[in-house]
Design a protein around this ligand. Structure first.
Ligand code: GAL
Length: 794
C-alpha cells in the first residue's frame, strides 16, 4: 500500500558496488523505461566496514547517493540490509575480521556476532533515517530486509537459530522505520516480519499470514557463472512465464534478481571461483546495455500488468482448472474483469473455449486478456528485437592496436621468499593456519615458508622423496630450494586437494616456500564461514622406498601476506617506480610477472572492455583501480551447449548455455569512470604465465538486430546509443522460417516487406513498424498467423 492506494510493485536488483555512480542514472532510467517501479539492493557490509569501525561509503559504495538516484527518477527502493547477503559476493558480505574475532559464531545466537551485526545495521538504518530515505519520511524506501534465506539453513543451528531469528525480528522492529520488514525464505518469520519467496518460480508460494502480500524477492533472471563455466542463460519466454504465473496467482511484488548484475571489481567475487563478470543474463547486461529480447519482452509484460493492477490487487479472484495443467483466472473489480490463461504443460499448446471465444495458449505460457477478451500478451510470443552485441576496436584517434600496445614488465620480487631470508614476515608459528586468519582477506595470496634441516645421519639426505601438501585451496605454487617445483589449481569444485612432487633433500637447510591463493571466499550454505582455506596440512615428506615419513606440519612456519608488488602498489600510476620496469625482453609464459601499458580512452560513450585473451590468471588494474581477477586461460567444457535453447520446462541451466569450449571470460569491463581523457595505465599481475601480446581495448555496441514479430504487434527496432541502421539484410512478412542470421522466406510473403522496412528504418536510430497486412502489404498466404522477420545492421 503506497499513499493509501495499492500498487503492484515490479522491481529489479541493481547492486551499487557492481557498477559505478556514473552508470547509476542510466541503469535506473533503463529500468524505469523497462517498466519497473522499484529498485532493490543489498547492503555490503564487508565493503563498507573493511576494518572494524573504519567505514567506507565513497565512490561506488555511496549507498545514500545510490538511493537518492533511485528517488530522483521517481522509483521506489527496497533495501536488503542483511547483513548476510550471499549474492556470490566474497564471504557472503561478512567482513573477514568479523570471522577472526574471538568467541564469535556467525549467524546465530552469539553475543559477539549480534553486537557487531547490530552495530552495522544500526549504522545503515540511521544513515537512511538521517537522509529521510524511508517512505515514512517521504523517501523512496518502501521495504527493508533483515537476514537472508536463513530459513533454508536454520535447522543446522538448532534452538540458537530460532532464538537468532527472533532477535533479528526484534532488532528490526526496534528501529521504527515506518515501513514493513521482510525476511526471505523464512516460513516462521515472527510477526510482523513478512516472509517472502526466492527462486525461479514463486506462483505456488503463500506468505506466512493470510493477509500478508505475496512477495517474490528474487526472481532469478538468469544465473551466475563460475571460472570454467560456459554462459548460463534463462530464456525471456520462461522468465516472462514465471512472472505471468506469479501475477495470475495473486502476486503483489516481484523483484528480478538481477535486473543488472554488473561486475565483481577487485576481489569482491565470492564462490569460490565466481567470475569477475556478474552479468547474470539479466535484462541489462554487465555493461548496462539492453539485453534483448529479454528487456523488451518483459517491458511489454510490465505495461500490461500495470494497466490491470487495480483489478489484480483489489479484485475478486476465481480460478478455473481445465486439467492438463491448463487454467484460467478471472479477477473482477468494479464491474470489469481481467483474465489470465495459463498453460504449464511443457509440450502441448491447448485451445480453450473461454467465454465463447477460442484461445490457443502455447506450451509453457500465460496469456493475459486485460478485458477478458483481447489477447494483449502471451509470454511465449516474443515480439521484441534480439540485439547481437559486437566488440569494436578502440576508436580513439590514434589508438594503438594490439601489436602496438607497448608493454613494460617486471618480475614479482620474491627472492627472499625463495631463499628463506625474509626479514619482514607477518607471523611465525608452529602451526598451519587458515589463510583468512592470517591475511584478514587483505590479499588473495599467502606465503607459507619453512625450512627442513637434515644432517648426514638423516635417512632422507640426498634422496628423492615426495613432498606431499594437503591443501584446502584454492591454488598452490610450490618452491623448493628456490626452484619452482609445480603448481596445482582446484578444479571441478574440489577445493581440497593434494599436491605431490618429488624433491631431493640436500645436506643442511632446505627451503620450502608455498604460495596459496584464494579465488573468492565461500558465500553460501550453513556455516560457510567456518570452511578454512589455504594450506591446512598435513605437509609431509615421504620416502616411498622405505615408507619413511617426515611430517613437517608442526615445523616453524613463517607467513607473509600478499605480493611484493601489491605492497609497493605497482598498479598505482602515482606510485610506479619507472626504474623497476623494463621494456626489453618481454617475457611470455612466465609466472609472477607484472605487465604495464598505456592506452587512449575510446571515443564516444559506449562501454569499454579489455580483451585479456592470451593471459593466464591474475588481476588487472586501470589507473590504479582493480577491474577484477582475470583467468582467460580457464576454458569451459566442450559439451553442454545445446544448439537450440529450451524454455518450455522448469529452468535448468543445461537447457540454454552458450560459449562451450571457450574461455569462461575474456572481456573485462573498464567503467568509463575509471578512465582519463588522455592516457590510461593498464597493469596486470600474471600469476601462472601468459602473453599480453593479444591484449586489446575495445567498446561494446549493437552490431545487428533481428526480430521475428507476430502479426498484430508493433515491432520496434533500435540500434541504441546514437547509431543508425545502415542495411536491412532480410525482411519478410508471411510464413518466414529460420532464426536470426538464417531467416528464409516461406511459401509466401508480402511483396513489399523489404522496401517498407527499408523506408521506415534506414538511416534512423530506431523505427516502429505495425506488423499488419495493411502496413506491409497482403501476403496471400491464408495462414492463421503471419510473422515479420527482420535482420538489420547498425
Ligand atoms: C539466493 C541468494 C542471493 C543469490 C542467489 C543466487 O539464494 O539470496 O543472494 O546468491 O541465491 O544468485
Amino acid at each position: 500500500m503506497i499513499d493509501g492506494e495499492r500498487q503492484l510493485i515490479l522491481s529489479g536488483s541493481i547492486h551499487y558496488p557492481r557498477s559505478t555512480p556514473q552508470m547509476w542514472p542510466s541503469l535506473i532510467q533503463k529500468s524505469k523505461e523497462g517498466g519497473l517501479n522499484a529498485i532493490e539492493t543489498y547492503v555490503f557490509w564487508n565493503a563498507h566496514e573493511p576494518s572494524r569501525r573504519e567505514y567506507d561509503f565513497s565512490g561506488n559504495l555511496d549507498l545514500v547517493r545510490f538511493i537518492k538516484t533511485i528517488q530522483d527518477q521517481g522509483l521506489h527502493a527496497i533495501l536488503r540490509i542483511g547483513p548476510y547477503v550471499c549474492a556470490e559476493w566474497n564471504f557472503g558480505g561478512f567482513p573477514v575480521w568479523l570471522h577472526n574475532m574471538p568467541n564469535i559464531t556467525l549467524r546465530t545466537n552469539n553475543e559477539v556476532f549480534k553486537n557487531e551485526m547490530q552495530n552495522f545495521t544500526t549504522l545503515i538504518v540511521n544513515m537512511m533515517k538521517d537522509e529521510k530515505l524511508f517512505a515514512s519520511q517521504g523517501g523512496p524506501i518502501i521495504l527493508a530486509q533483515i537476514e537472508n534465506e536463513y530459513g533454508n539453513i536454520m535447522w543446522e543451528y538448532g534452538e540458537d537459530g530460532k532464538a537468532y531469528v527472533n532477535w533479528c525480528a526484534e532488532l528490526a522492529q526496534s528501529y521504527n522505520i515506518g515501513v514493513p520488514w521482510i525476511m526471505c525464505q523464512q516460513d516462521d518469520a515472527p510477526e510482523p516480519m513478512i516472509n517472502t519467496c526466492n527462486g525461479f518460480y514463486c506462483d505456488q508460494f503463500s506468505p506466512n499470514r493470510k493477509n500478508s502480500p505475496k512477495i517474490w524477492t528474487e526472481n532469478w533472471s538468469g544465473w551466475f557463472k563460475g571460472w570454467g563455466d560456459s554462459y548460463p542463460h534463462r530464456p525471456a519466454e520462461d522468465l516472462a512465464f514465471a512472472v505471468g504465473r506469479f501475477f495470475q496467482y495473486g502476486g503483489s511484488l516481484m523483484n528480478y534478481y538481477m535486473y543488472h548484475g554488473g561486475t565483481n571489481f577487485g576481489h569482491t567475487s565470492g564462490g569460490p571461483y565466481i567470475t569477475t563478470s556478474y552479468d547474470y543474463d539479466a535484462p541489462l547486461d554487465e555493461y548496462g546495455n539492453l539485453n534483448q529480447p529479454k528487456w523488451g519482452h518483459l517491458k511489454e509484460l510490465h505495461e500490461v500488468l500495470i494497466s490491470v493492477q487495480k483489478a489484480l490487487l483489489n479484485g475478486e479472484r476465481r480460478d478455473i482448472d481445465y486439467g492438463n495443467m491448463m487454467s484460467a483466472t478471472v479477477y473482477s473489480y468494479q464491474g470489469k474483469s481481467v483474465c489470465f490463461l495459463g498453460n504449464a504443460n511443457s509440450s502441448n499448446a491447448f485451445t480453450v473455449e473461454f467465454e465463447n471465444t477460442n484461445y490457443t495458449v502455447p506450451a509453457w505460457s500465460v496469456t493475459i486478456l486485460p478485458d477478458c477478451f483481447t489477447e494483449a500478451y502471451n509470454t511465449a510470443k516474443v515480439n521484441s528485437q534480439t540485439s547481437i552485441m559486437v566488440k569494436k576496436p578502440n576508436a580513439a584517434d590514434d589508438a594503438e592496436e594490439p601489436s602496438n600496445l607497448k608493454w613494460d614488465w617486471k618480475n614479482e620480487d620474491f627472492e627472499e621468499i625463495k631463499y628463506g631470508t625474509v626479514v619482514d614476515s607477518d607471523l611465525t608459528t608452529s602451526e598451519l593456519l587458515d589463510q583468512k586468519a592470517v591475511t584478514n582477506d587483505t590479499s588473495d595470496y599467502l606465503w607459507y615458508m619453512t625450512s627442513i634441516v637434515v644432517d648426514e645421519k638423516d635417512a632422507f639426505v640426498g634422496k628423492n622423496v615426495t613432498l606431499q601438501v594437503n591443501t584446502s585451496g584454492h591454488i598452490l605454487h610450490a618452491f623448493f630450494n628456490s626452484k619452482h617445483i609445480g603448481s596445482k589449481l582446484a578444479q571441478n569444485g574440489h577445493y581440497d586437494f593434494v599436491f605431490e612432487q618429488d624433491v631431493q633433500l640436500t645436506l643442511g637447510t632446505n627451503q620450502l616456500s608455498l604460495l596459496s591463493a584464494t579465488v573468492g571466499l565461500p558465500n553460501y550454505g550453513a556455516n560457510f564461514d567456518k570452511r578454512a582455506d589455504g594450506i591446512l596440512g598435513p605437509v609431509k615428506l615421504i620416502d616411498h622406498s622405505t615408507n619413511n615419513t617426515k611430517d613437517i606440519s608442526s615445523n616453524e612456519w613463517i607467513y607473509k601476506v600478499g605480493l611484493q608488488g601489491q605492497k609497493l602498489e605497482s598498479y598505482n600510476p602515482q606510485k610506479l617506480n619507472e626504474a623497476e620496469w623494463s621494456s626489453e625482453g618481454l617475457p611470455t609464459n612466465k609466472m609472477f610477472v607484472w605487465y604495464k601499458t598505456t592506452f587512449k580512452s575510446p571515443l564516444g560513450e559506449e562501454p569499454v572492455v579489455v580483451n585479456l585473451l592470451g593471459l593466464g590468471k591474475g588481476e588487472a588494474w586501470v589507473n590504479g583501480k582493480s577491474i577484477g581477477r582475470y583467468w582467460p586461460s580457464y576454458i569451459s567444457g566442450k559439451d553442454g551447449c545445446p544448439s537450440v535453447c529450451y524454455y518450455n520446462q522448469t529452468y535448468k541451466a543445461e537447457n540454454c548455455r552458450t560459449n562451450c569450449g571457450e574461455p569462461s571470460m575474456r572481456w573485462y569491463h573498464i567503467p568509463r569512470e575509471f578512465l582519463n581523457n588522455e592516457e590510461n595505465v593498464l597493469v596486470l599481475f600474471e600469476e601462472i604465465g601468459g602473453t599480453p601480446s593479444l591484449v586489446n581495448i575495445g567498446t561494446i555496441t549493437v552490431g545487428k538486430v533481428c526480430a521475428n514479430a507476430f502479426e498484430g504487434s508493433t515491432l520496434k527496432l533500435s540500434c541504441q546509443g546514437g547509431k543508425v541502421f545502415s542495411e536491412i539484410k532480410f525482411a519478410s512478412f508471411g510464413e518466414t522460417e529460420g532464426t536470426c542470421g538464417s531467416f528464409r522466406k516461406g511459401r509466401c510473403e508480402s511483396a513489399n516487406s523489404l522496401s517498407v522496412i527499408e523506408q521506415a528504418c534506414l538511416g534512423k536510430e530506431s523505427c516502429s513498424i505495425p506488423v499488419t497486412e495493411a502496413f506491409l502489404g497482403p501476403t496471400g498466404c491464408h495462414s492463421e498467423i503471419y510473422r515479420l522477420a527482420v535482420e538489420a545492421v547498425c
